[in-house]
Design a protein around this ligand. Sequence first.
Ligand SMILES: [Fe+2]
Length: 214
Amino acid sequence: MTTIAMLALAGKHVLQPLPFAPNGLKGLSEALITSHHENNYGGAVRNLNKLEEQLAQITKDTPPFVVGGLRQHELMFRNSATLHEAYFANLGGDGRTSGRIVEQLAASYGSFDTWETHFRLTGASLGGGSGWAILALELLTGELRTFWSSHHTQALATAFPLLVKDMYEHAYQMDYGAAATKYIDAFFANLQWDEVNRRLEQAQLLHQQLSMIR
Ligand SMILES: [Fe+2]
């Protein structure tokens, strides 16, 4: 096995701490946030590490169906970890909109409120089930786009996530039961728009660089 392959399957992913005090959110309890972070996000990171250890054991004699099962789970745990980190990092704010993202969403959707309606309803459509609602910048086109994902493994190709909303029931059931729209209200009340603007700047820079060499 080469050194590069060993690095790719090192199983050394580290749990990122919550970027805010777990008892500091409005309408999302400390018990909910702590359980979500430790069990759902933490489980994804721990499983990803175990999975990479198993992927590193693949030889030419490993049955392809075994490799396929491992690859399927790799995608699930890798995306879950990444999306959970983005989700927690875009919470912890006061929900007040600010920065360039506001004007750019208004320009893309006709008004900021129209985008917000799209984003809320995209999340609501996943109520009682599982998935993610994500505002992303498409790296090849530079367009802002809201997309729907009913599983960790569904993702818009080339999308750079700007705002991530967890719609798995574990994100709200403890506090709101099946009332997903009440959770969406709480999500918006705790948004950290400075983080969304920081990601927008990163994504647009990447898009510009890609445009210069394509
Ligand atoms: Fe989650």
